[in-house]
Design a protein around this ligand. Structure first.
Ligand code: HEM
Length: 135
């Protein structure tokens, strides 16, 4: 497993923990009202579990498991891979906290733009590695 996959999968696991914690807090609020503000965590919960956890886990495993090249660099462009990792996490944090705190819509849009660029970097990284084994 590459260092890129280790970081990506570990970050995804972190978001799993945080996303479930936020979900549990919202659930608690529904059964045992503590603070109505807890329900405002919904966009952060959705951002963390859908993109921070699910998408990031898929990316981390793909970086590792897609067919490798027979010559160096064996894992393709690691620069594109790291860019996808960094952009996705900047995007999740900006889009999630931007919605949660209701700060300037520019922060939310910046987050979505970073996520879009992360997807683009991931596709560019993965495309040449999507090939039949031995091909
Ligand atoms: C990978 C796992 C999960 C995913 C993909 C996920 C996704 C979502 C999504 C998309 C929503 C928004 C639904 C809507 O707006 O109609 C949501 C809401 C919610 N989730 Fe999760 N969730 C996950 C795990 C959890 C867990 C483990 C908990 C609780 C411990 C939880 C508690 C909640 C609650 C309380 C809401 C608000 C429901 C409402 O107010 O209608 N979620 N989740």
């Amino acid at each position: 497993m590459t260092r890129l996959s280790v970081w990506t999968v570990r970050t995804a696991l972190l978001y799993l923990g945080l996303g479930f914690l936020l979900g549990a807090l919202m659930l608690l609020q529904k059964g045992l009202p503590l603070d109505p503000g807890l329900l405002r965590l919904l966009p952060l919960h959705v951002e963390f579990v859908l993109l921070g956890w699910t998408l990031q886990l898929a990316m981390g495993i793909a970086f590792w498991i897609l067919p490798r090249f027979s010559q160096e660099p064996r894992y393709g462009s690691l620069r594109l891979g790291w860019s996808a990792y960094l952009l996705l996490n900047v995007g999740v944090l900006c889009a999630g906290t931007g919605q949660w705190l209701g700060i300037s819509p520019a922060v939310f849009l910046l987050g979505r733009l970073a996520e879009l660029l992360a997807c683009l970097c991931f596709v560019l990284h993965a495309w040449p590695r999507v090939k039949p084994t031995g091909g």
